[in-house]
Design a protein around this ligand. Structure first.
Ligand code: ZN
Length: 341
């Protein structure tokens, strides 16, 4: 049975205006939450957000027990030693046709490395020794492991308890809750990371203020979000997986997030477009499932998005994802900012 959420009307989470216009209404395509959800656009600042929004007590009910991003295993450490570069997070398993002699041929191996490098996370260039980092939405700790491998002392926080056991077993300090509920000391971190998290929070200004207060002046704040100003969001419309209502109440454009960060005391260093095609598969699946309810293909594609995308999708769509990023049209953005001193 889908969960029934308690919803309430909210003003624009960024500017407080109550003047908004509906964009579309859609069900929860994963079937977790019951009812229809409405996306609106603020007429004052153009921010797109879910309205009405679930009350805080209903937020956990937006997530299925096997929510995809919470299932990731601890990824292998970043192996390429470049400094400050964007790293692959977790490449797919290598099938037989890339596992033996084929991999010793330079061409295919280089191609494989290129298409599986989705640049979905970023690790700062400096040596992490003696530095503390915080990851919001750390899940089972795959990124905490990357930080530890670079010498950082990482701490994780996640709203969902289950996957934290894996992180604790790997020896990480992790807390169940939110940045508010855990209450860290002011200015105690050299870096804060939040991969695909900020679109989930009900009050992004408060979240950014809380991040600002735990960061040392000059400290890094690196995070990723879906890009609602991408061609794929227009093409797939309410089926775009980046919307993922009601789990994503906030939908930022590069311009809106830049303004927000500036207003909240951060200096934006870079907004980069990820060479990511990950939403294409699930979005096409969602559209297929509604349009051709008797076909199983749509549901299969959606599940592949929710879990690990298969290698064929990297080999086939990877170059298109890179081209898309080059044209600044990616559905996923990585933003690197620092706390103004
Ligand atoms: Zn607004």
């Amino acid at each position: 049975m889908p969960n029934i959420l308690t919803m309430h009307d909210v003003p624009c989470p960024l500017c407080g205006s109550e003047n908004n216009t509906p964009v579309f209404t859609s069900p929860d395509w994963t079937g977790t939450a019951a009812g229809d959800f409405r996306l609106v656009r603020c007429r004052a600042c153009q921010h797109r957000y879910l309205n009405p929004m679930p009350v805080d007590e209903s937020l956990a009910d937006c997530y299925p027990q096997d929510y995809g991003p919470h299932q990731r295993a601890i990824g292998r450490p970043a192996t390429h030693g470049g400094t400050g570069q964007l790293n692959r997070s977790q490449p797919p398993k290598i099938p037989w046709y890339l596992s033996s002699w084929v991999r010793s041929i330079p061409g295919p191996l280089a191609y494989y490395r290129w298409v599986t490098d989705t640049k979905s996370v970023w690790v700062p260039s400096e040596d992490g020794a003696g530095r503390r980092a915080l990851e919001l939405g750390c899940s089972s700790g795959w990124f905490l492991a990357q930080l530890r491998n670079r010498g950082w002392s990482p701490v994780g926080v996640d709203l969902v308890e289950g996957p934290l056991t894996k992180a604790r077993d790997a020896g990480f300090e992790v807390h169940h809750g939110t940045l508010d509920s855990v209450q860290f000391d002011a200015e105690c971190f050299d870096a804060v990371f939040a991969w695909m998290v900020i679109e989930h929070v009900p009050r992004p200004k408060e979240t950014l203020r809380a991040i600002h207060s735990v960061l040392k002046p000059g400290g890094h704040f690196a995070f990723s979000i879906p890009n609602v100003a991408s061609w794929e969001s227009r093409l797939f419309g309410r089926h775009w997986r980046g919307y993922d209502l009601p789990r994503h109440p906030q939908h930022f454009t590069p311009r809106v997030i830049r303004t927000l960060l500036n207003d909240e005391g951060f200096e934006v260093k870079a907004i980069s477009h990820q060479p990511s095609f990950l939403y294409w598969i699930g979005s096409a699946g969602s559209w297929l499932r509604e349009t051709f309810p008797n076909w199983s293909l749509g549901a299969t594609l959606m599940e592949q998005y929710e879990n690990q995308p298969p290698l064929w999708s990297y080999l086939l769509l990877g170059p298109l994802g890179s081209l898309n990023a080059l044209m600044h049209q990616s559905g996923r953005l990585t933003i690197i900012a620092s706390r103004k001193s």
